[in-house]
Design a protein around this ligand. Sequence first.
Ligand code: PBG
Length: 336
Amino acid sequence: MEFVRLRKNRRTQQIRDLLCETKVSVDDLIMPYFVIDGMNKREQITSMPSIERISIDNLIRDIEKIRNLGIKAVLLFGICDNKDDKGTESFSSAGTIQRAIKAVKKQIKDMVVISDVCLCGYTSHGHCGIVEEHISDSDHQNYIINNDKTLEILAKIALSHAESGADFVAPSAMMDGQVRFIRDALDENGFHNVGILAYSAKYASSFYAPFREALNSAPQFGDRKTYQMDFRNSNEALREIKEDIKEGADIVMIKPALSYLDIIFRAKHEFNIPIAGYNVSGEYSMVKAFCQTYEERCQEMEKSLISEILISIKRAGADLIITYHAKEFAEYLVGK
Ligand code: PBG
């Protein structure tokens, strides 16, 4: 007979494991955390079951747990209650995120700390940059986001994180030149060893909605389409990544991950640099909502879905995955 029996290679679980091409390990995972002020605080985020806003003491407790599961890196976001139109709180040395970075690096020395560098959580208008010429009427919102003024602030934020002990800073504002500007500021201040994980191809995506609830950072007018990327494009993403590499990025990120596996794939083939995929808040919430409909089979369903999702991001070409599932996936791996 003239056909190949490919099923031989899938006959038993042992054979399948032997021939498996893609594995996700704890070494690949980065767990995000939302940090708030105060002591012993945990606040639920309605749209993200099991993810909370936590105070620094609880952050340390939670990070100790994931460290014991083998996770090596965290991505920290600070929550700010003291917002203004320029996001002044973002680079305060006594800010929540700065104190959180210091506490983690002091108490859990070997944990790799990556910090998000952006303005949207700190500005009263919720944009990732400095807003100018804002004129609003019932039909139109006219405003510009001043790229170069924003760069000055992003550099200050990055420096404040480096001074607090961050291993990598992660600029996510999608301003042109942000990686070069931050690299220069870090080097001029002696932070040659602080790396840059660049949110290089960050799309204007509705998948960020739960995150914006967590940070209370939704734009109060307009949208992010003049700085974040148009999801109809992929060549543009490669251009963004290329420029960030030239500007000094150490790791480049594609975000979101799941609807953008083609971008991860192309970037992996085009560039020789570590690639991170960000499995974002909306992707997380969709899994949780879907699994809840399975009631008593919920956990089983979650486990197989999460494995499929994380492996697909890795299979597409991501070396690292930032995911809110990191802790639960690490628990599956140790058989909990
Ligand atoms: C800040 C930032 C956002 C996310 C990470 N950094 C939100 C946004 O751009 O609106 C989204 C992360 C997620 O959805 O999990 N600019």
